[in-house]
Write a protein that binds this ligand. Structure first.
Ligand SMILES: O=C(O)[C@@H](CO)OP(=O)(O)O
Length: 247
């Protein structure tokens, strides 16, 4: 008996296209991103990997990617669950800043520490920064959990409880589970699933719009380490493009 989990990073967003740090800012998909979401759904249908339930973040780029992909796969009718714990990593004061300008201003090393180190968060965002989510109604219940910045370690700490409380039970029910989320929230989940070290996770980039299928054993460990992309060539090229942002 294996369980089937599909991870899907949202398609390219308007701010991915502009090379801006995004985090919790609720930007829309670009035209390219919408097309990537549809292609992702077509890949799922062609491979006969048909989700029974979808979990998304509270951000429209993940929600709209899930909708477009499921529509293309004729699975637009399945059960939907949304939770802030699947949100992108909060990028603190970097939200809205240009990646290349940030790299030029602070240097390569600091830039990569903020982007990919496991435990160095960017500076906190101020509540009156236009790119802050303070006061956003969808987060009204978070209280002290509301972040002002996050490193990947913080994302692991808020995402794994949701994996255990909400996603594993759906897998145990025999459902094919689709998780439509973000580059860094999915890196947190992949780190947990594959047991990737704090150092090695820095080198892992998740491509936009490429379904990544994990078959999990009875202990919810991958039967194939790293899972399997349905279109491995396209996924490799798209992951390299993510790694090269800011260059
Ligand atoms: O800006 C962001 O929120 C993320 C994902 O798009 O960027 P990065 O890949 O630099 O962590």
């Amino acid at each position: 008996m294996t369980y089937t989990l599909v991870l899907l990073r949202h398609g390219e967003s308007e701010w991915n296209a502009k090379n801006l740090f995004t985090g919790w800012v609720d930007v829309e998909l670009s035209d390219k991103g919408r097309a990537e979401a549809v292609s992702g759904g077509e890949l799922l249908k062609a491979a006969d990997v048909l989700p029974d339930v979808v979990h998304t973040s509270l951000l429209r780029r993940a929600i709209n990617t899930a909708n477009a992909a499921l529509n293309a796969a004729d699975r637009h009718w399945i059960q939907v669950k949304r939770n802030w714990r699947l949100n992108e990593r909060h990028y603190g004061d970097l939200q809205g800043k240009d990646k290349k300008q940030t790299k030029d201003q602070y240097g390569d090393e600091q830039f990569m520490l903020w982007r990919r180190s496991y435990d160095t968060p960017p500076p906190q965002i101020a509540d009156d920064n236009p790119n802050s989510q303070a006061g956003d109604l969808r987060y009204a219940d978070l209280g002290a959990d509301m972040p002002k910045t996050e490193c990947l370690k913080d994302v692991v700490a808020r995402m794994i409880p949701y994996w255990e409380s909400d996603i594993i039970p759906d897998l145990k029910d025999g459902k094919v589970v689709l998780v439509a989320a973000h580059g860094n929230s999915l890196r947190a989940l992949v780190k947990h699933l594959d047991g990737i070290s704090d150092e090695d996770i820095a080198g892992l980039n998740i491509p936009t719009g490429q379904p990544l299928v994990y078959r999990l054993d009875e202990n919810f460990k991958p039967t194939v380490p790293g899972g399997e992309y349905l279109d491995p060539e396209a996924a490799k090229a798209a992951a390299e493009a993510v790694a090269n942002q800011g260059k």
